[in-house]
Every structure is written in structure tokens, then in C-alpha cells.
Design a binder for this molecule. Structure first.
Ligand SMILES: Cc1cc2nc3c(=O)[nH]c(=O)nc-3n(C[C@H](O)[C@H](O)[C@H](O)COP(=O)(O)O)c2cc1C
Length: 398
């Protein structure tokens, strides 16, 4: 070795030593664990985020505790929230090889709505508590990616204002003992151009979300409450949640609107059969993201019995715990027509506003397309039960 070569080898060794030194990374403001595991990094911009978990981590750093609890809380001990996530691990994906996947189409049509990716933004109220632009930022992001958004009854902006910023928009209706209020909400949704009404049927009473309740009490009266856009100008009490609600509500709604009707919150074959018999147009298998009853039943576990009960008569959508493209792939394979996300886009909203919501949608689109390419499925129609293997029994779903 020449003297020059010896010198440059020594320099290389020194550099390697320094790069491994936690002190250097600490001086640069980067935690050593991040150096070893980039997925733990906190992205500085929406475009930098590798997955939706990074975006959640950043949002948790930016938002105050009351808002974090509002988004993250589940009922009781949060075990149903966890069950929703764990259920994906019960299924492994059976990939096929040597298929031309240079063109993959993740598009679907749901109740007349053509979506480039089967990911829908689930209704979530009070989004101005997360970002000053609230639902309008979400709507703009949805429109930019041709995604379908479902506006909540308890949004801060009115359904009309959201429709002005969104692409395709459905309206989520909470029942109220005050039918006059329900009539007004339905009328406003129709005027805003919504073609589908999503009736949430899991909310006759409020879930026991202790963190959220704690912070609501602790911060009460500190700042004026945010407006609820859909109640502005309504002269009655803005009460939602009707303990006396029964299946008869479907006929009542049918008599008041020609919008298509989807029930959100169906989780059993018995209720799916009743819903189909009543002629509803679609179902969302949902436990409200584990925020209502602490049932411990994951929505992915509920999906097959609902799909079987409706036997292709109406589309079955699902939400609860979707965080990866592979999660979406599994639900599609089990018969879902599309999936909805809640918390991921709310974390996106909290972290980066509109850009954060857009990034979440882009990440999930790219992840879904990637697993479709690996699995040899060039269209959503090709994703069927033969693509899954139950990890416990090692068998295919029938
Ligand atoms: C902060 C928050 C607010 C929500 N608000 C509503 C709502 O107003 N109406 C509704 O039907 N569901 C609401 N949901 C439930 C979501 O529509 C959806 O069912 C759930 O978030 C899906 O689970 P995920 O968060 O794990 O994706 C809300 C969920 C969250 C996290």
C-alpha cells in the first residue's frame, strides 16, 4: 500500500467510526435509534413521510393532549381499537408469480362513484379542533386525488361548504329524537349534491371514551366551542343519538329522500340480512374505530359473515384499523368493495393540513398497488379469497 492509500484507508476508517458514533448523530440532532431505524424518524414534510405511522408520530408531537385523545381514544380499555389492527395479522397473502403487472388498476365503482383507489375518507366530526381549515382541508385533499369523502353530521363546516371544496361527497347522518332536525340535515345534504346518505347505526348512545371525556371536562369553558356548521340556524336543540331508533327508520328516511342509503355500523350476519331485506343500498362494516362498544370484535373478523349474508345484493364497505396497503388487499379479498379510513387522515390533517391528508391517501394508494403487483393481481376484481391463507388454520377462506 502506498502512503496515499494508507492515508485514505485511515480516513475511511475514521469516517466509519464517526458515523457509528451516537455523539455525532446527537450533535446533528438525529437520535441514534433513527439512524438505525429510519422508519422511526419524524418527517419534516408530508412528502418525506414513509408511512402513515410516521405521520401519526409527528401529529402527536404537534397536537395538544385533548386533541390527541379525541382522535386516538377507543372505548373502555381500547381493546377493540387494538383488535381491529390485530385482525389483519390473522391472514397471510398468497402471491402468484410471473404475471404481467406492468399495468395495475386499483379502481372500483361503488354506488355509481368511480374511484381510482378503493379508499374512502370516513366521516369524522370536529375537524377544526385538529386543524384550523378542518373539513375544508380534508375536502381539498380528497378532490385532488379524486377520492370520495363522507361529511359528518357534526362537522364544523356545513355540508354545503364542504361540497364546494370536495370531489364526490356523501353525507353521514346521525339519528336524532328530533325528526325535524333529521329532515333539515337530509335537505341540506341533497342541496349540497350528495347522492348517498350514510346512516350511522352504532351511535344510539355515546361510547365510554375516558381520555376524551377527561379532557373535555378539564378544558370546558376555556375557549368558545367550535361551530357545528350543519346546525347553524336550526332553532331546535342540536341533539344527536336516538336510543329509541329501530329498523323503521329506514322507511322514514326513504319517505324523506331519494338519496341512496348506506348503513354504517353493521357487524353481524343477522343485521346484514335485515338490512338487505329492507332494501338498503350498501353497508359499512364498522365499529366506529372501536370508539363505541368495547366488543373486542374486529371489523375484519365481522366482514366475511356480512358478505355472506348479503350474497352480492349490495356493496359491503368496511373501516377500522386500515393502516397499510396489505390491510386493504386483505379486506378486498374477503369481499369488501372498498375500505374507509378515519384516524390516518386525521393524523395527516393534524401533521400537515391538506398536504398531510393527501400524503396519507398517496401512501395507501402506492402500498396497495405494490402488493397488487407482488400478488399478480392487475385489477381489484382479481383480488379474491384464493389470495389469502388463514394463519391459524392454514386454510383458504371458502
Ligand atoms: C376523531 C373521530 C371522529 C369521528 N367522528 C365520526 C362521526 O362524526 N360520524 C361517524 O359516523 N363516525 C365517526 N368516526 C368513526 C369513523 O367514521 C370510522 O368509523 C373510524 O374512524 C374507522 O376506524 P379508524 O380510525 O381505525 O380508521 C370518528 C372517528 C374518529 C377517530
Amino acid at each position: 500500500m502506498t502512503t496515499d492509500e494508507t492515508r485514505s484507508a485511515a480516513r475511511r476508517d475514521l469516517l466509519r467510526f464517526l458515523l457509528r458514533s451516537p455523539l455525532l448523530w446527537a450533535a446533528a440532532g438525529v437520535a441514534p435509534s433513527v439512524q438505525a431505524r429510519p422508519e422511526l424518524a419524524v418527517p419534516a414534510s408530508a412528502g418525506e413521510a414513509l408511512d402513515v405511522f410516521q405521520i401519526e408520530r409527528l401529529a402527536r408531537q404537534k397536537l395538544g393532549l385533548p386533541v390527541i385523545h379525541y382522535i386516538a381514544n377507543g372505548a373502555d380499555d381500547g381493546k377493540t381499537v387494538q383488535a381491529n389492527r390485530d385482525a389483519f395479522d390473522a391472514w397471510a397473502i398468497r402471491v402468484r408469480r410471473l404475471v404481467d403487472v406492468s399495468q395495475v388498476d386499483a379502481g372500483v365503482t361503488v354506488l355509481g362513484e368511480r374511484l381510482p383507489v378503493p379508499v374512502i375518507l370516513a366521516p369524522a366530526g370536529n375537524q377544526q379542533s385538529i386543524h384550523p381549515d378542518g373539513e375544508l382541508a380534508t375536502a381539498r385533499a380528497a378532490r385532488a386525488s379524486a377520492s370520495l369523502m363522507i361529511a359528518s353530521t357534526v362537522s364544523n363546516h356545513s355540508v354545503g361548504a364542504i361540497a364546494g371544496a370536495a370531489g364526490p361527497l356523501w353525507f353521514q347522518l346521525y339519528a336524532s329524537p328530533d325528526r325535524r332536525l333529521m329532515e333539515k340535515l337530509i335537505r341540506d345534504a341533497e342541496t349540497a349534491g350528495c347522492r348517498v346518505l350514510v346512516l350511522t347505526v352504532d351511535s344510539n348512545t355515546r361510547g365510554n371514551r375516558e381520555g376524551e371525556a377527561w379532557w373535555a371536562r378539564a378544558t370546558a369553558g376555556r375557549q368558545p366551542p367550535l361551530p357545528l356548521g350543519n346546525f347553524t340556524g336550526y332553532d331546535g336543540p342540536p341533539r344527536v343519538g336516538d336510543m329509541a331508533l329501530t329498523w323503521d327508520i329506514i322507511d322514514w328516511i326513504r319517505a324523506h329522500t331519494s338519496m341512496k342509503l348506506v348503513l354504517k355500523g353493521i357487524v353481524t350476519r343477522e343485521d346484514a340480512t335485515l338490512a338487505a331485506a329492507r332494501g338498503v343500498d350498501g353497508i359499512i362494516v364498522s365499529n366506529h374505530g372501536g370508539r363505541q362498544e368495547e366488543s373486542l370484535r374486529a371489523t375484519l373478523t365481522c366482514l366475511p359473515e356480512v358478505v355472506e349474508a348479503v350474497a352480492g345484493r349490495l356493496p359491503v364497505l368496511i373501516d377500522g384499523g386500515f393502516r397499510r396497503g396489505t390491510d386493504i388487499f386483505k379486506a378486498l379479498a374477503l369481499g369488501a368493495s372498498a375500505i374507509c379510513i378515519g384516524r390516518p387522515y386525521l393524523w395527516g390533517l393534524g401533521a400537515f393540513g391538506e398536504d398531510g391528508v393527501s400524503r396519507v391517501l398517496a401512501i395507501l394508494r402506492d402500498e396497495l398497488k405494490r402488493i397488487m403487483q407482488f400478488a399478480g393481481t392487475t385489477s381489484v376484481g382479481a383480488i379474491d379469497a384464493t389470495r389469502l391463507e388463514h394463519r391459524v388454520q392454514g386454510s383458504h377462506p371458502s
